[in-house]
Design a binder for this molecule. Sequence first.
Ligand code: B12
Ligand code: SF4
Length: 525
Amino acid sequence: MSVHLVNPSDNSFGTAVITPRWLFVLAAATPRVAGDPILVDESLEQIVPESILPGDIVGISVHTGNALRGYAVGRMARERGAWVVYGGIHATLFPEEPFELGQAHAVVKGDGDIAWGKAVMDFLNGTPGRIYEGGRIDGSQFLIARWDLMRADKYMWASVQTLRGCPKHCSFCSVWRTDGQEPRQRRYQNVIEEIVKLRQIGFRYIALADDNFYPVTLTDLRLAREQNNVAKVEQLTAIRTERFLLMEEMAKLPRDMVFFTQITMEAAEDVDFLDAMRKANIKGALVGVEAVTPEGLKAVFKDWNLSGDALTTQLRTFKQHGVHVLGSFIFGLSSDRPSTFDATVEMALKADLTFAQFVMMTPFPGTVDFARWEKEQASAPTMVDGVPITRYWLIPTEVRPKMFTPHPTMSSDEIRERTQKVWDRFYNWPAIWQRSACTPNLRARIAFMFLSKLYRQMYAGTGISTDSARRKKSKKWARWTASQCKRLFQASPMPELEAPVWDTPFLTPPLTRLVPVGEGGQAAD
Ligand code: B12
Ligand code: SF4
């Protein structure tokens, strides 16, 4: 009997940019009695059906974008006699769907760090459950991933999580609903130990796969103080202190390490935090700008973001403190007009952003936007290929519309074309050349230019283009560039690197006691 963990994807590139962290975390959660799991990342290559034998256990992770492929993998696995278990954000939000369409035996909702071990043991003991409630576990229980099972030559960046959850409540985002508004922070010692393991095997580029690396703002603290809410002040201060402790330890890691994370714009008001990030080698962050107008920000419940000149100044502050910004913008908001596209790209260029992404409004399940849209569609649902549009992830990709919610003044073709032009303008060669001046030498400058083009192809060329010839060409180009870029990220292993010896008594979370494992079974390292 073998355990397989499958990350489904229709697009296999042979190389991937970032490791899908869940694979390596669930590998750590797999009871030892079941042996080392076989990890299949379909963004590298498709699963080989013959590798699955009767009695095997197949764990499949689905987010909304890959659910259809995930269900195909599950049906195939069940036909071959395996036990099929689903998990991930989409299965958490729609736990019945994998039973209806993916031949599931069971679904794990929420965090898998503990629940997966229980599910595997139940299947091994012949007493399978149907729904496992993984819940939202405490940060101290997050597992250290099994990086020893990774094919290190296949990825450019590894991913380590330092916290889950986000106190904000943006209308297009499901994180605050699924992962909670209470930041669940991991012990910094665990984070450092994991990073050290990655550097030992030759990874120096690491994405901190957090929802929001800056969970406590100066405004939060001020308001709690003004309200004389002592407990709140203490709680916020503890979270903030732990952030700084983590960054202090990161600053002691080899200087060639490069970290990237996701953060809210308010961090620009907290220069101590930005300086600590720079010292910790967190060289870049995705900042959700979303919209450049006050109306657009209001529409996405993000009116705490700035607009106009104040926005440009705030974004520039990151770079002034050594943190490059990947600005993220959304097009297709009801307040957008044709002029919004030019205004956005002009602001992105003026604000000195190192990278930018321009995504089209997508109502993801679990969000306020989705709930509103589903309600609107309830009485007379639009159907595509026999599927209600509010279940768009079940529409075959060839006929799936690129935009789902109608815009009051622009057609979706117009929005798509204008979005494409914005990408073209931000990533034209002269603009990239100018931005590449931030690199230390010519070699790095050329690498920067290739990376910019790769990013543009991976995110824009394939996603928003309707022309299939153009899509095919950009995929081919992206695949070639990805294989070239991979080399830029490889570093010599440092097997001699040691994790710090902690001054304060520190215990690895008592995982073996938390996971109900069978005889001889163990949850993690
Ligand atoms: C880091 C990250 C990225 C990174 C890295 C992606 C990668 N290769 O891993 C980047 C920046 C590249 C990215 C891109 C995108 N992302 Co993203 N991303 C995240 C983020 C912040 C963390 C993911 C992560 O690594 N978590 C750490 C692991 C350990 O947690 P986990 O995946 O949740 O897995 C746990 C449980 O879910 C469960 N579990 C998961 N799978 C399984 C399987 C089984 C069998 C079991 C038992 C349990 C189980 O157990 C795990 C451990 O507890 C999440 C937010 C979030 N809170 O999930 C968004 C998130 C997943 N992303 C999202 C989106 C929309 C995207 C993009 C489409 C954005 C865009 N417009 O381009 C792209 C799509 C990329 C793609 N094709 O997959 C949405 C997905 C919404 C949805 N309903 O599907 C999320 C939830 C954020 C949001 N704003 O709502 N993303
Ligand atoms: S978009 Fe970012 S800031 Fe908004 S709720 Fe989601 S994770 Fe938090």
